[in-house]
Design a protein around this ligand. Structure first.
Ligand code: TYD
Length: 209
């Protein structure tokens, strides 16, 4: 329906916090409500992004921290310009796994780079675009690790980082949410999937027409 306003929702949280499960549930609910949903993600939400995703997640060996930050920013620039903005202009709902808060939390948590600089880099890349809502699934990293271990998938470069790295990621996320309470919905991800889904629906419902 072209008369509807596009809505942009991002999901954030540590690896193993349940973003995919919640995105699936929300997508179904939105479609039942008659909305067209574009499911996407960073890194890798475009063809160019797929190539970048392969480098940042699977390159064997180190990537210089600034190069890594720029790769995520390049993915973001192309993704926002070619996928997110056009979908919002068509009045669709963009449901996106990770956005610039991931860069601030993860690249900033490496301690080498400054979170404010990373955020500015991302905003430059995306021409200032910010989501209508960011759902932060907050989870203790040791609990997240138990969930990831239960999955059979091999760890990518970031998942393989130590617990203290993930503790810094979590703290950075909570700091970002505190700084922008209107954009963030922070949820305790140890709650049941159904409970989390209901809370997310309540908030998303307010954003829809
Ligand atoms: P994700 O797609 O959630 O991984 P998976 O498909 O295994 O669930 O995220 C990939 C990784 O990329 C994740 O560990 C976080 C990291 N990441 C950053 O470090 N910076 C960023 O800007 C983004 C978007 C992701």
């Amino acid at each position: 329906m072209t008369s509807e306003r596009g809505v942009w929702i991002t999901l954030e949280g540590g690896d193993g916090s349940g973003k995919t499960t919640q995105a699936n549930l929300l997508e179904g609910w939105l479609e039942d409500a008659g909305r067209t949903v574009v499911r996407t993600r960073e890194p890798g939400g475009s063809e160019v992004g797929q190539l970048i995703r392969d480098i940042v997640l699977h390159h064997r060996g180190d990537i210089a921290p600034r190069a890594e930050a720029l790769l995520y920013a390049a993915d973001r620039a192309h993704h926002v310009a070619t996928v997110v903005r056009p979908a919002l202009e068509r009045g669709e709902v963009v449901l996106q796994d990770r956005y610039l808060d991931s860069s601030v939390a993860y690249q900033g948590a490496g301690r080498v780079l400054d979170g404010t600089e990373i955020r500015e880099l991302s905003l430059w890349a995306a021409e200032g675009a910010l989501p209508d809502l960011t759902v932060l699934l907050d989870l203790d990293p040791s609990e997240a690790r138990v969930r990831l271990d239960a999955d059979d998938k091999p760890f990518d470069r970031l998942e393989a980082e130590q617990i203290d790295f993930h503790a810094r990621v979590r703290a950075a996320y909570l700091g970002l949410a505190d700084a922008e309470p209107a954009r963030f919905l922070v949820l305790d991800a140890s709650a049941s999937a159904d409970d989390l889904a209901a809370r997310i629906r309540a908030r998303v419902g307010e954003l829809l027409d």
